[in-house]
Design a protein around this ligand. Sequence first.
Ligand SMILES: Nc1ncnc2c1ncn2[C@@H]1O[C@H](COP(=O)(O)OP(=O)(O)OP(=O)(O)O)[C@@H](O)[C@H]1O
Ligand SMILES: [Mg+2]
Length: 479
Amino acid sequence: MADDKLTLPMVQSWRWPRRFIQQQRRLLRTHAFRLAALYFLVFALSMLGVLLFVYWSSAGFVERQTEATLDAEITGLAEQYAQRGLSGLVQIVAARSAGDPGDRMLYLITDPDGRPLAGNIAGWPLGVPAHSGWLSFNFVSKSNGRTVTRPARASLIIIPGGYRLLVGRDISDAAAFRDRVKMTLMWAGLVALGVGLLGGATMSRNLLRPVELVNRTSERVMAGNLSDRVPLDGTSDEFDLLATNLNRMLDQIERLMAAMREVTDDVAHDLKTPLSRLRARLELALIGPSDERAQREAIRAAIDEADRLLATFNALLRIAEAEAGSASERSELVDLAEVARAAAEFYEPVAEERGFRLSVATEPGVEIRGDRHLLSQALANLLDNALKYAEGGELEVQVSRAAERAVLEVADRGPGIPEPDREAVFDRFVRLERSRSTPGNGLGLSLVRAVARRHQGTVSLADNQPGLRVRLEFPAPTP
Ligand SMILES: Nc1ncnc2c1ncn2[C@@H]1O[C@H](COP(=O)(O)OP(=O)(O)OP(=O)(O)O)[C@@H](O)[C@H]1O
Ligand SMILES: [Mg+2]
């Protein structure tokens, strides 16, 4: 019992960092993180450049100023030495050392052993080598009765004879200034880097969030939840646009899946009857009357049934092909008037024989971009219907243009299709009750609709008073 109490928090605290590390590893692999890291690197480098420049031009400036002052002073002293020799130089150094301490100038002149001859520094500074050039050292000074060590910058000149002249300046103010600049820049740099890091993290998180949404949705869709959609944030930025397009794609897929399921159901259902009939006829041939003529008759009937089944399959395949193909393949400029005349010519003899007056009225130059063969087939199906369901009378085929659209119409004087059935007859295997006695599969108008859709067109049924008027409309081709 006591053991459990001990181990439980240990396991949790061990698990938590592992999950955290996994999350961080995943973050490291993301494009957004790499982008943010690059941004941060560029930001940090330019920050460093700016800080260095500020340091150089402020603290460095004071140092350069000091050295320039010292240079000028040395030049002055060198002139004096040239004119008045060593003793003159010692006098001047003594005079200047006694001058205003506010200018913080330091002087020292010593003999070759380093013993001071004149100057305002107590003795030769400890640990400073005796060769000419720039020096930095600390010296001890008394102020208000206290001794303090102060930093100094100086130039040492060895005078002929081994005498040393040290001209320098107390740089404690400059050093304090430099320290302050350093401190300020360090803090400014730290704050800027912090802000940069925060900015990079926010940027990558903002970039990742919409991508993560898309990922999660697609995972749910793949898991079978086809009606799931990527949530939109309404900003209409590029991610919103991407999400909208993905959602549209999913809509389309869902619609196609539903349509496909419906078609397979229909096909299975409607082919069951003719197959059962075929089976019954074959059975009859097998067990029926044994005289050869009756048997041959039964087999012939079975073959007819099989042919009808094949025709149905062919029609289904043609519809599937028309529905599946994209408008661009096998597409050419098709003159609808030409298609109408060819079809009318083909049906003319049958129409005449059955008492129809077939007429073709066409406007010239009504062209669409599409598949000539499919368009002919659609028109053939419409003429076939008219010849099948109307009993003679006018049969008109018209090609015209209306509001930039190409129109192909077939109108007969038969019984027509009642308003409530005008949508359903386009579905596969749908036939009106009164047409049961005529042969057919209920697939003709399905093909017509598939062909219309393949050409971005529409098909509609209207009352021809009396009769049926089928109207196909296609968009005119873009030049
Ligand atoms: N011109 C028409 N006049 C009256 N009814 C029609 C006309 N055309 C079609 N129909 C009705 O619409 C139904 C569907 O027509 P569709 O062309 O799709 O199939 P079908 O002619 O029965 O068979 P298939 O065309 O496959 O041989 C027909 O069964 C018929 O009832
Ligand atoms: Mg038909």
